[in-house]
Write a protein that binds this ligand. Structure first.
Ligand code: SF4
Length: 578
């Protein structure tokens, strides 16, 4: 759970475990090792982890050899709290020590003891560049990257930076992920090449304050703008993005790269957090509202079709209705593509938690949250409607969620039909068998009756021997006729089929009907500006760029149809035609 860093960390840790012989299983209760990669940014995220850990208490009692571990930010922030609340946890590992996870698991298994790796002593004395040049043990984790065989990669994250030095007063990241360190550019480029060879067409460079990236290459400083150009030069990579940027450090060379390097996408995620200077100061954000607005204006001057996204916190300590209004005005002014809104929750150890009072009631936070979202929805809807009739280039990610649901429904329906057909066939066979049995019984009854008649005739003949008269013969004939009628009557009774109904349950109509295009064909992809587009297509489009004419929109999504397909230039087997 958590941010893109956690998504990538989870991929890397599972890659290392795969290399150690582990495989993924569907049910955590049946696994030998269960790891939770955690987020500490909000209390809600931590509560979710505790709830999931609690659910493993019984499975762990049943299978004591199971290793239960907590990795990531929550592990780094509160190891003692986790152990005291969840004594069945065996392993704790912070985000800077993840390369040690296989060894920690082995330690637990071999010695039946708890294993812990945290980076609490990490030094911040050096400058970011000095730190970047230091040997970085966790670099081994990124260098071990080996995407699962057979898995299609069209878009991939590449970590370019770890940690953060900003110490915004509400944020735990500087404590959990340590000081800011930038990875060597040569290793980032090598990773981009490896991903391109596996089929990646788009990469996103990730860092907590990615625009402050700095390292060296052959003695010369390399900043984010230089890195964007280097990664864009990797064959097969056609789109490059970067997240998340810190407004206080943004330099114009990055805008120039967005403008001049064709692969660099026109998308910028620039968290503002508040539209009030008083709040920004209390949050220790190192910019003012006017500086933020001026930065947005510069972005649009350099890159006119840029799409902007932002983050906001509502209900931060001391936030007044006027502060909230100022945030509303900033959103109206900047007209973002989308925003992420978070209700403030104090995080232990942060300055805000120690210094300020969480004094905005929960219902006020909730109302402000909804107000910002409603405002942004109206802006997004208007922007998206303006795109109707335009053609956008989309990198196809796969089937949409709606399509996957429709496909599952279709599969369930087909399975049900198959089951019904099997039952129908079985019922028919049963009926045939029953009829055959009944016919056999009728035949046996007929034979048996014939024997009875014969015996009766013999008896009558014996009787005739004693009474030799025609009247007696006539009586014998009458008896024979009665016997024949009884036989016919018996024959009718046993010859009627006992079963004239099919056996089986009534078939339920579960066909899912969609108006217009079948939803099961619906693909989803993104534009260069990170807009989500859904449209009907085929599996062979996945991983390709297609041009889509926009025909309708909602606040979150564009809808359209493919108007032409560029000639495929597959970079790996994943991208080829099936
Ligand atoms: S810039 Fe601020 S909010 Fe972002 S990770 Fe660093 S401390 Fe947290």
């Amino acid at each position: 759970m958590g941010c893109q860093m956690n998504v990538l960390d989870s991929e890397l840790v599972s890659g290392q475990l795969r290399a150690s012989g582990y495989t993924l299983v569907a049910d955590a209760a049946e696994a030998d090792v269960v790891l939770f990669n955690t987020c500490s940014v909000r209390d809600h995220a931590e509560q979710k982890v505790l709830s999931k850990l609690g659910a493993l208490r019984r499975p762990k009692e049943r299978r004591p050899h199971m290793v239960v571990g907590v990795i990531g930010c929550m592990a780094e922030r509160d190891p003692d709290g986790i152990f005291s609340k969840m004594p069945h946890v065996d392993l704790i590992c912070g985000p800077a020590e993840l390369n040690k996870v296989p060894a920690l698991i082995a330690e637990v298994q071999e010695n039946r003891t708890r294993a812990i790796a945290l980076a609490q002593s990490m030094s911040r004395k050096n400058t970011p560049l000095q730190r970047a040049l230091e040997y970085d043990s966790v670099e081994a984790l990124d260098l071990s990257r080996d995407p699962a065989p057979g898995r299609s990669i069209h878009q991939a994250y590449i970590r370019v930076q770890r940690g953060c030095d900003k110490f915004c007063t509400f944020c735990v990241v500087p404590f959990t992920r340590g000081p800011e360190r930038s990875r060597p550019p040569s290793q980032i480029v090598a990773e981009a090449k490896m991903l391109a060879d596996r089929g990646a067409r788009e990469v996103t460079l990730i860092g907590q304050t990615v625009n402050s990236y700095v390292n060296q290459d052959e003695g010369r400083p390399v900043r984010l703008a230089d890195l964007l150009a280097k990664v864009s030069g990797v064959g097969g990579i056609e789109r490059v993005r970067f997240v998340t940027s810190y407004p206080g450090d943004f330099t114009d060379d990055i805008f120039e790269a967005m403008r001049d390097v064709p692969e660099v996408c026109e998308y910028l995620h620039l968290p503002a957090q508040s539209g009030s200077d008083a709040m920004l100061r209390r949050m220790r954000r190192q910019y003012s509202v006017s500086q933020y607005v001026e930065l947005i204006d510069r972005a649009r001057a350099y890159v006119p079709d840029i799409a902007l996204a932002s983050d906001f916190i509502v209900g931060f300590c001391g936030e007044t209705p006027e502060d909230h209004e100022a945030t509303m005005r900033l959103i109206e002014r900047c007209r973002f593509k989308n925003i992420f809104v978070f209700k403030y929750s104090p995080r232990p150890g942060t300055t805000a938690d120690k210094r300020d009072t969480d004094d905005v009631p929960e219902e006020v936070k909730r109302a402000r949250n909804l107000e910002l979202l409603a405002l942004q929805e109206s802006i997004s809807l208007a922007t998206n409607r303006g795109l109707i009739g335009r053609t956008v280039e989309v990198l196809v990610e796969g089937f949409s969620k709606a399509a996957l649901k429709a496909q599952q429904a279709q599969q369930a329906q087909q399975a049900e039909q198959a089951q019904q057909a099997e039952q129908d066939q079985q019922a028919e066979q049963d009926q045939q068998a029953e009829q055959a049995e009944q016919a056999e019984q009728a035949e046996q009854a007929e034979q048996s009756r014939g024997e009875e008649v014969e015996q009766a005739q013999q008896e009558q003949q014996a009787h005739q021997a004693h009474q030799a008269h025609q009247a007696e013969q006539a009586e014998q004939a009458e008896q024979a006729e009665q016997a024949e009628q009884a036989e016919q009557s018996r024959g009718e009774e046993v010859g009627r089929p006992r079963s004239n109904q099919l056996v089986g349950r009534t078939r339920q109509d579960r066909i899912v009907v969609f108006p217009g295009q079948p939803r099961s064909n619906q693909l989803v992809g993104r534009t260069r500006q990170d807009r989500i587009v859904v449209f009907p297509g085929r599996p062979r489009h996945v991983g390709r760029f297609v041009n889509v004419r926009v025909t309708a929109s909602t606040a979150l999504t564009l809808h359209g149809t493919i108007i032409n397909e560029p000639t495929p230039t597959p970079t790996s087997t994943d991208a080829r035609e099936p």
